[in-house]
Design a protein around this ligand. Structure first.
Ligand SMILES: *Cc1c(COP(=O)(O)O)cnc(C)c1O
Length: 399
């Protein structure tokens, strides 16, 4: 605390710290050089992580890989879709999602997203006929209507992959996000709830899909024997599938494992902190935090809100600058140059039909990190700075 009693602008940039407990295991791995997941006959850190993560999620199988992007790619490959298959994805997601679709030789079909950041179900239903698979990205942990999505997809026998990269700990009707579709994919990149720098994991209850993913991730020769529970399936697929070598190494697992027992606390703190900031933002007539859908129990480590009323682009940019002056980094998704979450920057897709609803949302939707380690004073500082920045640009009016 500085002498005048004001809280300094909090650091929201740093990732979650790594628990001290990781150190002994990392030292052991460095001393032995045992970094490759398939060297040890059993009990390798990556294998233990897979078992622990499957148990945590209540899933039959887990496969740890190099990134969530790798998990998304392998999931699509495991579905054995024909080349050029159409995969529905939300138009509001991270560039990694359309990239995984392209990488798997499929064609992404972008679906409109509403101003509550969730898939527009009318557009989804309209685009579903002719789709071969659906990849639902729970962007920033916002859950789309999974009841409606699963009902529509199950009726047509269309497989659903959940991109739960940023949704670890989120629940829908009390069921864990990532366990509703056929495959769920998670990220351990630094800006997610569990920080390993890089890393990902996929879960499924389907032994054939699990076996195919395991082999394609790089379980060459008989390394699949070190993944329990799918021996029959492996025999079927060994040497029949290409190896993409997207394995996780032991050091990553050593960093991740001691964080898994902390997930529940981080989720609780993240939700409380988010709701505290949301309550303050919703007192402003200029800002609105869209509510979660009723079945959803969120696990946020950031907050998204909309500039409401008739803001111009110039005013939205002035708001960003005013918040920055107060020490808070706000990003308006569509107004930050080259933002990887704005679909018009996915030039690798070639020309796309416009998505006016998603575009309008992105031009007024704001993003602020709220790491779960922040104190109440720090959260209040951030909320007050955002409200003050909005009032500076648009004047003071009560909600
Ligand atoms: C971070 C993220 C990804 C990509 O995860 P990586 O592990 O970095 O590949 C994909 N989708 C969403 C929604 C994300 O937030």
């Amino acid at each position: 605390m500085p002498a005048d009693g004001q809280t300094l602008a909090p650091n929201v940039y740093d990732a979650e710290p790594i628990p001290e407990a990781a150190r002994a295991e990392i030292d052991r791995l460095l001393a032995s050089g045992d970094l490759f997941r398939y060297t040890a006959p059993e009990g390798a850190p990556v294998a233990l992580l897979e078992q622990e993560f499957a148990d945590l999620m209540g899933a039959k199988y887990a496969l740890a890989v190099a990134s969530c992007s790798a998990a998304l790619f392998l999931s699509l490959k495991a579905l054995d879709l024909p080349r050029g298959a159409r995969v529905l994805i939300p138009a509001f997601t991270f560039a990694a999602v359309p990239s995984a679709v392209v990488h798997a030789d499929c064609v992404p079909v972008l679906v409109e997203v509403g101003e509550n950041y969730r898939v527009d179900m009318a557009d989804f239903a309209a685009k579903l006929d002719g789709a071969d698979a659906v990849m639902i990205s729970h962007m920033r942990g916002h859950t789309s209507d999974m009841d409606a999505i699963m009902a529509l997809c199950d009726a047509r026998n269309i497989p659903v992959i959940e991109d739960a990269a940023h949704s670890l700990g989120t629940e829908w009707h009390g069921k864990k996000i990532g366990t509703i579709g056929k495959i769920g994919c998670f990220s351990f990149q630094s800006y997610k709830l569990v920080n390993a720098g890089e890393g990902g994991i996929l879960i499924t209850d389907d032994p054939e899909i699990a076996a195919r993913c395991v082999i394609m991730s790089g379980a060459y020769e008989s390394n699949w024997k070190k993944h329990p529970g799918m021996q029959n399936s492996y025999m079927l697929w060994q040497n029949k599938l290409p190896l993409y070598n997207m394995r996780m190494q032991n050091l990553s697992a050593a960093v991740i494992r001691p964080q898994l027992p902390l997930v529940a606390t981080r989720v609780e703190k993240g939700r409380t902190g988010h709701d505290r900031v949301a309550a303050t933002l919703n007192t402003s007539a200029h800002l609105t935090v869209p509510a979660a859908l009723p079945p959803e129990e969120r696990a946020p480590d950031s907050i998204q809100f909309n500039l409401c009323g008739d803001w111009s682009d110039a005013q939205a940019l002035a708001f960003q600058a005013e918040a920055k002056k107060r020490g808070v980094a706000v990003q308006v998704f569509g107004l930050s140059d080259g933002n990887a979450r704005a679909f018009w920057n996915w030039e690798f897709l070639g020309p796309q039909p416009d998505l006016p609803q998603t575009r309008a949302m992105l031009m007024r939707a704001c993003d602020v990190r709220l790491p779960t380690r922040l104190t109440e004073a720090e959260l209040d500082f951030i909320a007050a700075a955002i409200v003050a920045a909005a009032e500076t640009v648009r004047g003071r009016i009560a909600a």
